[in-house]
Design a protein around this ligand. Structure first.
Ligand code: ZN
Ligand code: ZN
Length: 218
């Protein structure tokens, strides 16, 4: 697996390029800004990008999506729960000092349980709302792209429009805590970590219990 992280914009968002060494097929996760840097990296890696898949629709994760889409002629996949943010991306980007933003069009709706086949690997989509209504975790084997659900030592904020604290706690118990210790977490901000480390040291996960058999909130 190729996993390349590019940290973009003043908000320091992690865009990930995930690809397969054999097939040279890949996806871009969360093209938050600086489309030219992302496209240069794709070129350097020699990958053919098949799609853009977003963990959620916040401005810092999606401002470069439209430009990358146009350059690579690919579609944007995201949960429809976050489509409401898209008409305001340009305006919000200006407030946060993110340059070059365009309002993206959502092409393909993600649903909980979707399995997206890219040459040589599969992305499992797990709906994990709370930070936003449409937040999803993208699991590729033991590598999990968790957006702003959980960070090294912290969790996503829930005080922004569409956020809900009880819902993010439910998602952490239902989606993250049942995962194996060795699963690697690649968050939307900050360094990568593992489920074992967060289970043990993340103060926001202490006292939570894995919920293996509960179905997700609909
Ligand atoms: Zn966010
Ligand atoms: Zn973010």
């Amino acid at each position: 697996m190729i996993i390349e992280k590019i940290t973009v914009s003043p908000i320091q968002e992690n865009c990930y390029i995930v690809g397969d060494e054999e097939s040279h097929a890949g996806v871009i996760i969360d093209p938050g800004a600086e489309a030219s840097r992302i496209l240069e990296k794709v070129e350097h890696l020699g990958l053919t990008i098949e799609k853009i898949v977003n963990t959620h629709g916040h401005v810092d994760h999606i401002s470069a999506a439209e430009e990358v889409k146009a350059a690579l002629e690919v579609k944007l996949h995201m949960h429809p729960g976050d489509e409401m943010y898209l008409p305001n991306i340009e305006e919000t980007a200006q407030m946060f000092g993110i340059s070059g933003a365009r309002n993206p069009t959502l092409d393909v709706f993600l649903t909980d349980g979707d399995r997206i086949d890219v040459g040589g690997f599969t992305i499992e989509v797990i709906h994990a709302p709370g930070h936003t209504p449409g937040s999803c975790v993208l699991k590729v084997g033991d590598d999990v792209f968790c957006g702003d659900l959980v960070f090294s030592g912290s969790i996503g904020r829930t005080d922004l429009p569409g956020g809900d604290y009880n819902t993010i706690i439910d998602s952490l118990e239902r989606v993250i805590l049942p995962m194996g210790d060795d699963v690697r977490l690649h968050p939307g901000h900050g360094p990568s970590t593992t489920v074992a480390v967060e289970r043990r040291f993340n103060p926001f996960l202490q006292g939570l219990r894995p919920q293996e058999n509960r179905s997700g909130p609909m």
